[in-house]
Design a protein. Sequence first.
Length: 56
Amino acid sequence: MAHKIAADKCVSCGCCKDACPAEAISEGTPFSIDPDKCVDCGACAAQCPSEAISPA
């Protein structure tokens, strides 16, 4: 199951995008995760300074 980004917590810093080995995260306000590309590794959540990413 893919991770998701909480729009109200995302500060669009890019830490998650840099950490994603599957290149599943797109820039924006907020950033977004493509569930078809996400491999559910959790690397993005571990790098998120605002704790905006969680398992879907």
